[in-house]
Design a protein around this ligand. Structure first.
Ligand code: SAH
Length: 497
């Protein structure tokens, strides 16, 4: 195959980024915007020795798995890579991605991993699930102020106010901010000149309370008092206040020349300085129905309020899972895998605001949570107190430092050799020093919650070489229509007889 060749190809597989893969006379081509099952006419844009990349020219026969994307902008916006694939096929793709990564990158036997995989957990209604979104503001070619999304892998803004995976209320808030900017001529931030004020708006929704937290990220260096961080602040407050769902308005200062969205400083200018949300555990065995206070198994959304839940305060800089509906299923699986009976000592590493820790604490003797973001640990401590949970402690720091330091203390302590360690690291996975200490602490069970199956696979290899055995693997679709997938994995210590 050479560059500019035009050929017809049948797409037989999907790559890790959702791109179609097919073969022409044994030569592999990767084709963006195609779906497994498509027959397509494509043009080669890059030809390497053993494989190449091609651009879709025309679909000759559409795949039976192809659907019309709900969003008009689906192929331009970088957010959802799989909107043109039907949901069942998306789930199949994700389960296979996890399985293949563990086999190939972890170096495990195929049939062995297949025997440990539990069915992927999908959503009943895979839309409007994101409780958090960050929208950049900018200027279009005509000089009009706009907000929207960055086009895939770029920093050019596509105006968009109708994202199908976001919540409906976002539009109201963003339009209000835009009106305020237009009326008082408050310019959006410009990345090139480093001028202008409004960089992003962060909106978070509490699904439990139907309340919103709005945070405006601005290019302002210092603030004198809460009355005047941005020009015409009172007018901004008055407008935002009139949206009945908004409970909190704050400003985040970010005057750095960076593509990191949030700065470190947050000033609450109206309403509460946080929002809160409630998570209920669900019954894993009965297919994720709810269990109410009397132990009855209930099904259906309208019965949520009868289920036993934990209420969490979330401040703007803290991590909180973006899909609250699937989070309940994810945590339920993690808790089920932890298999606690009342007296266990448990570490929850990368604990955020203590979400998993507090559920663990309800069923364990003692839990220690470790997290790098101080604001998240403040939230975690308050959350324990607010929910009357007295057996959870929280430490600020890197898991790979806090855990070895604790272990090296060598004092007599149940936490030195805990029963269970739960980890939920960011995409880069666990640090080697963290894994080594986990192996030394020798818990009977490790529950690994992962948002990147490639780093999960690498870490599973380390843990298995260190005396652990994988028991169960369950993918959870936290991010429908994107290529991302969450995985919960249970490992147990091999007992030498
Ligand atoms: N278990 C929590 C948070 C998971 S996200 C939940 O489900 O809500 C991963 C968390 O790890 C984030 O809160 C992030 O701030 C934190 N983190 C990142 N690197 C870390 C490190 N080296 N040590 C400890 N925590 C870290």
């Amino acid at each position: 195959m050479n560059k500019n060749d035009i050929t017809t190809i049948t797409i037989t597989d999907m790559g890790i980024d959702g791109e179609g893969i097919g073969k022409v006379d044994g030569y592999t081509l990767f084709v963006k915007d195609t779906v497994v099952g498509d027959v397509a006419s494509v043009k080669v844009i890059k030809a390497k020795k053993n494989y190449g990349y091609a651009r879709l020219m025309q679909i000759v026969t559409p795949s039976p798995y192809r659907v019309n994307p709900v969003c008009e902008l689906a192929s331009r916006c970088g957010g959802c890579q799989l909107q043109a694939v039907n949901y069942d096929k998306q789930l199949e793709f994700k389960a296979k991605k996890v399985r293949n990564n563990i086999v190939r990158l972890g170096g495990f036997e195929e049939t062995y991993i297949d025997s440990l995989m539990e069915p992927i957990v999908g959503m009943e209604h895979p839309y409007e699930y994101r409780n958090k979104a960050q929208f950049p503001f900018g200027v279009d070619k005509e000089g009009k102020f706009i907000y929207g999304f960055y086009a895939g892998r770029t920093h050019s803004i596509i105006p968009c106010n109708d994202c199908s995976i976001g919540v409906k209320e976002n539009k109201k808030v963003l339009d209000t901010i835009l009106e305020w900017m237009n009326e008082y001529n408050i310019a959006p931030y410009d990345e090139v000149s480093h001028k202008g004020i409004v960089r992003h708006a962060l909106i978070r929704k509490s699904f439990a309370d139907n309340r919103l937290m709005v945070c405006l990220i601005v290019n302002v260096e210092k603030y004198k008092n809460t009355e005047g961080i941005v020009p015409h602040q009172t007018e901004l407050i008055n407008r935002i206040k009139s949206i009945s769902e908004v409970a909190s308005l704050s400003i985040n200062l970010n005057s750095e020349n960076t593509n990191v969205i949030m700065g470190d400083e947050i000033i609450n200018i109206w309403g509460s300085d946080h929002i809160s949300d409630v998570i209920h555990l669900r019954d894993v065995q009965s297919g994720f129905s709810y269990i109410d206070e009397d132990g009855n198994i209930l099904k259906g959304k309208e019965l949520v309020n009868n289920a036993v839940g934990i209420r969490y305060n979330i401040s703007p800089l803290s991590f909180y899972q973006v899909n609250p509906i699937q989070t309940e299923k994810l945590y339920s699986i993690a808790l089920d895998y932890a298999d606690l009976s009342g007296n266990e000592s448990v570490w929850d590493l990368y604990c955020g605001i203590g979400t998993i820790s507090l559920f663990l604490a309800k069923k364990a003797g003692k839990v220690i949570g470790v997290e790098i973001v101080p604001q998240a640990i403040d939230d975690a401590k308050k959350n324990a107190e607010n929910n009357g949970i007295g057996n959870a402690e929280f430490y600020v720091g890197r898991a790979e430092e806090v855990l070895p330091e604790y272990y090296e203390k060598q004092s007599e302590d149940a936490m030195l050799h805990p029963d269970v360690i739960v980890v939920d690291p960011p995409r880069k996975g666990c640090d080697g020093a963290c894994l080594d200490t986990m192996i030394k602490m020798a818990p009977a069970r490790i529950v690994y919650v992962s948002c990147d199956s490639a780093t999960l696979s690498r870490d599973l290899r380390v843990l298995c070489d260190g005396g652990y055995e994988i028991q169960k693997i369950r993918p959870v679709d936290m991010f429908p229509h994107t290529v991302h997938v969450e995985t919960v994995c249970l490992l147990s210590k091999i007992v030498n007889i």
